[in-house]
Design a protein around this ligand. Structure first.
Ligand SMILES: [Mn+2]
Length: 299
């Protein structure tokens, strides 16, 4: 393949391993960007992550297998188009509808944002489809503002919207929020695992104790919404709203591995990535995280 040839799907899989009718996993690119407040570029994320994914080794040494085979293939859908008439509530509904349709086809859906707003539609589709479902948010920010800059569908309000239809929300890695959000968490007894509590050993001094404490709070079925700013900006500089003091690669992967072993992950999304040329390691890191997580879920 020449360098300029278009890359059609994630992980550059052969046709037989990327067919929507046979693959268990469907990747839905959602280049939605409307309310980003600081760093821009979330709309470019799905294509950047997809391009980087073509350089990934398909064999995983930890699982000793080619991960895409575990799910009988990984299909990539065409990106949803968000023009001026498809923003906020309309965008959420378009995403919900598409994810619901894929769930009806028995697909495991991975949504690739775009800004965090995309998670509302996907979490709503999964909440309708799955009983006993927790929404696990890995994020630097609690995203619990009722409105931000006049918009209830801002990326800063995502979890407030999700909480309106699913009260089983669990937040991990939080290290930035407004007073209004802290109040909301206390009043509604949200399971929020702050980064400082994890670092100061509130859940135990060994590396795994916080992971078990988080998993204990989760229902049997879990939808994961992964905001890339959960990771430390030293590892993940390509972000709309970076926050120091984030998580490293090994502890993140270790947590996802344990989570997949102890609960049923029904779907997930990745959001708030914003490419920063000339860096290429951020998109490669996210592509690898997605591939690893598919491996943990399907092995
Ligand atoms: Mn965030």
């Amino acid at each position: 393949m020449s360098a300029s040839a278009p890359i059609e799907g994630f992980f550059r899989l052969d046709k037989e391993w990327s067919r929507l009718d046979t693959a268990r996993v469907a990747i839905l690119p959602l280049p939605y960007e409307h309310t980003t407040s600081y760093g821009k570029g979330a709309a470019l994320a799905p294509a950047a992550i997809r391009d980087a994914s073509s350089y990934l080794e398909l064999y995983d040494e930890e699982l000793d297998t080619e991960i895409f085979m575990l799910s009988n293939g990984i299909a990539t859908l065409p990106p949803l188009c968000f023009d001026a008439s498809c923003r906020d509530a309309a965008a959420v509904e378009a995403i919900r509808e598409q994810v619901s349709r894929l769930i009806d086809q028995d697909k495991f859906v991975i949504c690739i944002g775009g800004e965090h707003t995309i998670s509302i539609g996907s979490a709503l589709a999964y909440t309708h489809a799955c009983p006993n479902l927790s929404i696990l948010q890995l994020d630097a920010h609690s995203d619990l503002r009722s409105v931000y800059e006049g918009n209830p569908y801002s990326h800063a309000c995502v979890m407030a919207r999700i909480y309106e239809f699913n009260r089983n929300i669990v937040q991990v890695g939080i290290r930035s929020q407004g007073a209004e959000e802290a109040e909301f968490i206390k009043k509604n007894r949200i399971a929020t695992f702050y980064a400082h509590d994890i670092r100061q050993g509130r859940y135990g001094s060994d590396m795994e104790s916080w992971q078990h404490a988080v998993i204990e709070t989760l229902q049997e079925n879990v939808y994961v919404t992964f905001d890339c700013d959960f990771l430390d900006p030293a590892l993940m500089p390509a972000l709309g709203t970076p926050e120091p003091g984030g998580f490293g690669w090994d502890e993140t992967i270790s947590f996802l591995r344990t989570l997949a072993a102890r609960r049923t992950i029904v779907g997930f999304d990745v959001n708030e990535f914003a490419p920063v040329p000339p860096f290429i390691h951020p998109q490669f890191t996210i592509a690898k995280l997605i591939y690893k997580l598919i491996g943990y879920i399907f092995s």
